[in-house]
Design a binder for this molecule. Structure first.
Ligand code: GTP
Ligand code: MG
Length: 222
């Protein structure tokens, strides 16, 4: 953690300049293939890829965001019930770029043993994946950062991995109520030196934030 507070660019609508939004649509909506689902770091796909992953609490909308981003209905499986994604799932676009869907954490119904297994699987992935460029940390717009998110941010700090926060389900909160969540989140986020200084708000239900998100990812995928 750092004692110096950093500032964040915050994108909620399309206030980003048009030229910055020139993301490569084809990159996301072209061919996509499911490579594999793994439970151990030993099975991480071998080779040189550019990789980003989506992490966050169970049910926050990670798999939905991958579908949204790639214009697919169900390339990544989603569910109303938390705990849908059980493995680390690798999707490949444009022959050498990986979108990785992680299983969620913070779900109360799982046993201690399962929680420990999740922790080991994901922590190993963060430490062993030499292709991983950035973690997108998804936070529910209604709830803000929870202690389990802070725990994850500490792991990322330890692994020296840059992460970028994305608010999800913005359709489920009134803009006025979101202000408080945003303020509290930024206060906590600013203590992490490895927090990427850009935050994006999304809703897959109301089609909010897709271009902003594609623009951010395109810059990693150059
Ligand atoms: N209202 C609303 N619902 C959403 C949004 N994004 C996802 N959902 C819903 O939230 C639920 C969980 O979505 P998933 O994408 O499966 O969540 P996940 O983070 O992958 O969950 P796990 O795999 O269990 O960790 C589903 O019922 C989605 O339809 C959104 O932007 N707005
Ligand atoms: Mg999922």
């Amino acid at each position: 953690m750092t004692s110096e507070k950093q500032e964040f660019n915050f994108y909620i609508g399309n206030e980003r300049k048009i030229e910055d939004l020139k993301s490569n649509h084809k990159l996301f909506t072209g061919q996509i293939s499911f490579i594999k689902g793994i439970k151990s770091f030993q099975d991480i796909p071998e080779g040189d890829f550019i990789e980003i992953c989506f992490s966050g609490r169970s049910n926050v909308g990670k798999s939905s965001l991958i579908n949204f981003l790639t214009g697919r209905k169900s390339i990544a499986r989603t569910s109303k019930t938390p705990g849908r994604t059980r493995e680390i799932n690798f999707f490949r676009i444009d022959y050498n770029k990986h979108l990785v869907d992680l299983p969620g954490y913070g779900y109360a119904q799982v046993s201690k043993k399962e929680r420990q297994a999740w922790f080991k699987m994901v922590k190993d992935y963060f430490f062993y994946s030499h292709n991983l460029r950035r973690v997108f940390l998804l936070i529910d717009s209604r709830h803000g950062l929870k202690p389990s998110d802070i725990d994850l941010m500490k792991i990322l700090e330890e692994a020296a991995i840059s992460f970028q926060l994305i608010f999800t389900k913005y359709d489920k909160i009134k803009p006025i109520d979101f202000e408080e969540i945003k303020k509290n989140t930024f206060n906590k986020l600013s203590l992490f030196a490895n927090a990427f200084p850009e935050v994006i708000v999304t809703s897959t239900k109301k089609n909010i934030g897709i271009e902003n998100l594609r623009a951010s990812i395109s810059k990693i995928f150059v």
